[in-house]
Every structure is written in structure tokens, then in C-alpha cells.
Design a protein around this ligand. Sequence first.
Ligand SMILES: Nc1ncnc2c1ncn2[C@@H]1O[C@H](COP(=O)(O)OP(=O)(O)O)[C@@H](O)[C@H]1O
Ligand SMILES: [Mg+2]
Length: 504
Amino acid sequence: MTEKKPYAKIGTVICEHDSPNVMNFSFVVEGDVEDLVVRRGEFVIVDTKDGTVIARVQNLVRVNRYYQHAEAVREYQSRGEPLRSIFPTDRWQYTVAKVQVLGLWFEDRPLRPYFAVSPGAQVRRVKEDILAAFLKLDREEGLRLGKLAHHELEFSPSIDRLLSKHLAILAMSGAGKSYFVSVLLEEMLKRRKEQGRLAIIVVDVHGEYTYLKNLTPSSLEIQDGLIDVEHIRASHIQIPVKSLEAEALGALVADMSAVQVRDLRRVIAEMRKTKQDGYTLNDIIDYVRNDETISKNTREALVGWLINLEDTGLFGREALPDITSTVKSGKLTLIDLSDFISLKKKQIVVSHLVNELLYLRRRGTIPPFLLVLEEAHQFCPESRHELALPKSRIETIAREGRKFFALLCLISQRPVKLSTTVLSQCSNQAILRATNPYDLEHIGRSSEGIDREALDTITTLEVGEALFVGETVSVPTFVKIRKRHFEPTGTIQDLSQAMKKTDK
Ligand SMILES: Nc1ncnc2c1ncn2[C@@H]1O[C@H](COP(=O)(O)OP(=O)(O)O)[C@@H](O)[C@H]1O
Ligand SMILES: [Mg+2]
């Protein structure tokens, strides 16, 4: 077997009718064909006096001249004698690797390729330090998320590259999105203060991150430091009524008319004057009921709507929790929505949360943060027909947040249903296995760095494999996400386990 050592020679560049050219070349792979010396997707290099040409294997073609002529093969076949038994066919078999040039590395800098490699040039395995530098990985301070597919090199993008312009994690369900998020969270929580830390807020729709509250420094293999995780159940959240304008209340109700909003605005102005230490929805309801200046119809409609809102149990006099004191650098805040069945209630909570985070961050009251949103298509859908209270606010963060470090990490198993405004603002995408053609098409359209080849590969990815595109790395890169350090205990992984556990 040919050695896997970096810089080992693995082939020789050949002449074909239009290659080697600046962007492509082919090479005959060294050694025994059965050895699978190179694989599709692997990075290779050719050293020249003008720099190191970095390329990636796009395809592998096996050639054997004994099998070139269909008639001859058919003839031997009909005689019942395999060609192998007459001719030394095996010795004539070899592999041609077709590669795409990605860049040129010259004097520790990447350059755009501007020449073709020479036929006869030696193709070698890439040296890890060159590949890491070329991909712009940060081997000291980066987030250790896994390994490059086909290489031993650790995939360690810097926080700046991965998160500073929003990240979208897209894939079909079961592909490993949430698992990847837990690996990302582990890496973020491991960071020391000196390295710079973000405040992290996770909107945990299914309660699948709750186990992280049991994290300890030793479970993350760090000696010093503290791990700060707070778990907040959505049923404990209270939205302060005094912070809601008439328009905001109106938005929570499907079809409040302009006249009704105007009446409500006057009522709220009155409440603010008379009840300076806050008031509840019931206070507003009482006031509206007794206000003769509002027409009877409007009064009844307003009271009905406000009662419905009161019934959600989400509103009160004070804000709970107090976001300003909850959101801190280096801390993970889990907003656990798993108690709620109603999508509307989830949306009201997310809408309030996003609004507060945006407002407080703009004023500099809270530190730079990362908001992780599972099931993002439920909160910022593309379709205008779907109920989507938080949509415009999420779109605002997507558009403007990067300027003041209000960052998003959006996760969705239905990219096609996710707002294109939001998706196109995510400069980074981690794409795991996806097979739905509509989703694939949408992913292809919304990310610039992705070509047909890469898109096809997405359907063949395994669970836990991801394609990173965007600003994280200089070229689209396939990565095997690492195992998490800390596993949830007691969760049921599959159906057979669940059946055994309950069938007593
Ligand atoms: N990187 C990985 N390494 C090992 N197992 C993984 C990895 N990613 C996913 N898995 C397995 O696949 C399962 C489904 O992953 P999950 O993240 O819940 O999928 P999704 O969120 O995309 O629906 C996990 O419970 C885990 O067993
Ligand atoms: Mg998931």
C-alpha cells in the first residue's frame, strides 16, 4: 500500500486533449489500482518553481486497454474464457484522477492560479500546514469541530470566520444538525476568557439541549474555568405588558383594524400615565370594558382578543427572566420551548426574545451574542401565508446584526421553507445530508460557493458529514464532525430501544 505520508508522491500529470490547463489537470495514479491511493474529494498538490498548486480530486477513471473494444470483449465472453485467463489484463489496468485546481500557494500566500502545471510533473499528497493555511483554518485558537474528509487535518475554523456573518445549518432530519450544534456549543463553552467569548442563547424547540445543564469542566476536558449554563423553561417566561405598544399587541392578533389599534393606543397611553409600576393584560381589559368612548363593537372585539392573549399565560407585569442579567459572555442560556405545543405561543416567545436581544445589543447593554434557532423555518418562513410573528425581527438581525455582533445560527430541515432574505444573509452554511430536490435546489441558489458537483455530493453524505461553504473556508470543504465530548444520558435513540423500555 502506498504510504499515506504527507508529501508522498502519488502520481504523474498526463496530457489530454485540453489539459493540463490553468484550472484542471489529470494524473495517472501510482501503485496498485486496488490500493485506492487517492479518493474523490482529496486535496493534492503539484510543486512548481512558481509555487505550490493546490487541487482537489473530482473524479477517478479506471482504464484498461484490453477492454477498450466491445467486439473483442464480446468475442472472448462468448467463448466462455475470461480475458484475464489469456492476457495479463491486470497489469494494464490503471487509474486516471481528474482534478480541479483550487489555488496557488506562493510564499505563504494564496494566489489565483495563472499557469498550467507541466505534463510529467509529480503529484503529491498535500502537506497539512499548507492545507490548513490555504483553507484559512486557525490551528491554535479555532473551534475543533472535526476532521477534513480524507485527511487527518483537524477542521478548526476561527470563530470570526464561522460565526461573524451568521451561520445556517441545513440538512434533512436525522443528518446530524443538532449533534453538530452540540459540538459547536462544547467548543464555544471551552473557550477561555482571554480568547474572547460570545453570549449564547439557544432556542431549544424540542428540549434536546437540556442535558447540557449537567456539563462540567472535566466533561469538556478543561482544567480551569467555570461552565455556565442556564436552563429556562418557556412556561416560566413572562413578557411585560408595559413594554408592548398597541401595534405590537395588534400584531399578535390576526386582524386588528387600524381604528381598533388607535383606540388601543389611547388606552395604553392612559395606563402608562396612571400605572407607572406596570400593569397586566387584565388591567387593560378592565379599562377597555369601562371606556364608553370606544364603540361597543370595538370594545367587544378588543376584550375578546386580550382575553385570548391573557389565556396564553405568557404576559405579566414584570419581565421574566431579566434578559440583561441573564445573557452573559461565555454563558449558555437555553430557552426550552418543549412544554409548548402551540406554534403561536412558541412564536410569541421567540418574537419577544429576538426583539429584546436586538434592542439591548444595539444599546450595548448586553455583550455580543449568538442566537441559535432550531426549526428556523417555523419562525421565519418564506411563505407570506404562514403565521410568522418573529419573522421581520429575525430578518432585521440577519440584515443588520453583524454590524453590532448580534449573530444568528439558524437550523432547518426544510431550507426551501426558510425566508430567502434570511438565508441569503447567512454568509456561512454548513450543509449536511439532504436528498429533497426542492431543498437542494434552494440551497444551490442561495449559496454562491456551491457548484453542481458539490450539490450532488450532498445527497451522498453520511450522518455527521458536512459541507462548509462561505467565508469559513477558502473553498467548499467536506468535514466529518467529531464525536461530542459530553453525551446526554437516558435519551432514547431509536424505536427498538423505546419499545423495549415501555413494553413492561
Ligand atoms: N457527528 C456525529 N457523530 C456521531 N454520531 C452522529 C453525528 N451526527 C449525528 N449523529 C447521530 O445521528 C443522530 C441524529 O442526529 P441529529 O443531530 O439529532 O439529527 P438532526 O438534528 O439533523 O435531525 C444522533 O442522535 C447521533 O446518534
Ligand atoms: Mg435536530
